[in-house]
Structure formats: C-alpha cells, structure tokens
Design a protein around this ligand. Structure first.
Ligand code: XBP
Length: 255
C-alpha cells in the first residue's frame, strides 16, 4: 500500500484551459505585432500542440509551413527571432491572465484547498514558461498561492520537454518523494507519457484539444475534476461512488 503524499499538476489544459483562452491568442497577437501573416486557427493550433513548448512549436511551424521565411535583418538566426516572438507572446499571455481571461477549470481550487487542509503536498510540472505559471496562479488564486507549491518545475528548467520524463523527475527530486507516493494530473498524451515514464500514476482531465488522444496508460480519465454541484463524467477507470475528484479518491488511486 502506497501512502499519498503529494499531487503534481500539469498547468496548460489541466489547471486551466490556457491553450484556448491564453496561449493561442497570445501567439497570434505576437505574430501580428511582428508584421507576420501567421494566424493560428483553433484547428491548426490543435495540430501544433503535438509539439510541447511554445518556442519549439513556432520552430516546427516554420519548418512545416514557412520554409522560405526571410528573417528580419535585426535577427542573426531563426532561434533569435523565435525567442523574440516568444517574449512578446509571453507578455500577451500575462496580460490575458491579469485581465481574468483564463479561469481555473472545475474542481481545481477545491482540490488544491482540500489537499492543503489535509497535509497533502503540492507541486507543478509544466512545459510552459515560469512567468506564465506565476501570472495564472496570481490572477486566479492570489499571489500567496505560489507558495502552496513546494516546486514549480517549468519550461526550460529541464533539457527535454514532455513527453520526456525530465520535468516530472525534476519535481519528484525537489519533493524528495518516490513516484509511488504521488499522483500526477495531466490533460495530454504527451503529458501522460512524461508522467508515466517518471513512474507516476496519472489522472487525466480531458479537454476539447485532447479528448481523442490515447490515455490507455492513465489510472483514471475524467471530463474534469468536478464539483459537488457539477459531477465529473468518468471516461475510463474506477471511482466507486465518487461524483467529483477529492483527496479520498486520490488516496484510493495511489494505494
Ligand atoms: C503546454 C505547453 C506549453 C504551452 C505554451 O505545457 O506545451 O508550451 O503550450 O507555453 P503543459 P510556452 O501542458 O506541460 O503545461 O509558450 O511558455 O511554452
């Protein structure tokens, strides 16, 4: 029997619908500012989401769709240009979060508070930029919420992004916990593969971009974490008589 000691959360698509409400609009605003006619539709963005990492995603887009791109003369390389675009994009994402445009998904605040009340430790393992995590948490849970998480493993802190296990392994190392005492929360197949390769049982909350993906290695697949007044829908896995995801259910899955 493994005792539940910590929950490790992905951010984008798990804590909030950030891809739809934050990242995609921010990318398009940054492209417009740069005078580029790149405008990622929801459908095209869904395809590009196969690539983890905003900078990596832009590079994949250029390689796929802009082979004849002529760099603006102030940039010596594509990497420099992409980094510049990404910095602008991150500022637009932060503005969207500050404007309240990126709300938390159902059950997230409730589960985080229950975990804190019951002494279950918290961590984040995400591909996005630390500045984006800070903006999202501050504007949805308050500035003090940054301290709820013992480690916020994010973005370029690790050499390889999801589906590589690096970011979850980084979080486990800082928690000083073995994976069997923790539970991961994700929304994508890339994230699931990263967590499972780290030895973590994983709960998937699907969203519009990811509901068709392969979650066969997940411990549980649900529509969202649910609320007492808005029960989750179980897609696969066992929940007993639970109508929303809580620490009791987390303990059963971890055991
Ligand atoms: C999702 C990602 C990130 C975001 C964009 O991360 O792949 O790249 O799409 O953020 P996760 P950046 O699901 O692990 O939270 O532009 O800052 O990379």
């Amino acid at each position: 029997m493994a005792e539940l000691k910590a929950l490790i959360f992905d951010v984008d698509g798990t804590l909030a619908e950030t891809e739809r409400d934050g990242h995609r609009p921010a990318f398009n605003q940054a492209f417009a500012d740069a005078g580029l006619d790149w405008n990622w539709s929801a459908e095209r963005y869904g395809e590009l989401l196969e690539v983890s990492g905003g900078k990596e995603r832009m590079r994949a887009f250029v390689q796929q769709s802009q082979p004849d791109l002529v760099l603006p003369e102030e940039f010596a390389s594509l990497d420099e240009f992409i980094k510049s675009l990404h910095a602008v994009k991150t500022r637009y994402y932060e503005q969207a979060a500050a404007a309240g445009k990126i709300p938390l998904r159902p059950g997230v605040k409730r589960l985080l508070n229950e975990a804190r009340e019951k002494g279950v430790r918290l961590a984040i393992a995400t591909t996005t930029t630390p500045a984006n995590v800070k903006a999202l948490l501050e504007n949805t849970l308050g500035a003090e919420s940054l301290d709820w998480f013992e480690v916020i493993a994010a973005g370029d802190m690790v050499p390889q992004k999801k589906p590589a296990p690096d970011i979850f392994e980084y979080a486990l190392a800082h928690l000083k916990l073995p994976p069997e005492n923790c539970l991961a929360f994700e929304d994508t197949n890339n994230g699931l593969l990263s967590a499972v390769q780290s030895g973590l049982k994983t709960v998937i909350t699907v969203n519009d971009y990811t509901q068709q993906q392969d979650f066969s290695q997940a411990a549980l697949v649900i529509s969202d974490l649910g609320e007492p007044s808005a029960p989750f829908k179980v897609i696969s896995g066992q929940v007993g008589d639970a109508r929303y995801f809580d620490i009791a259910l987390a303990r059963k899955i971890c055991a």
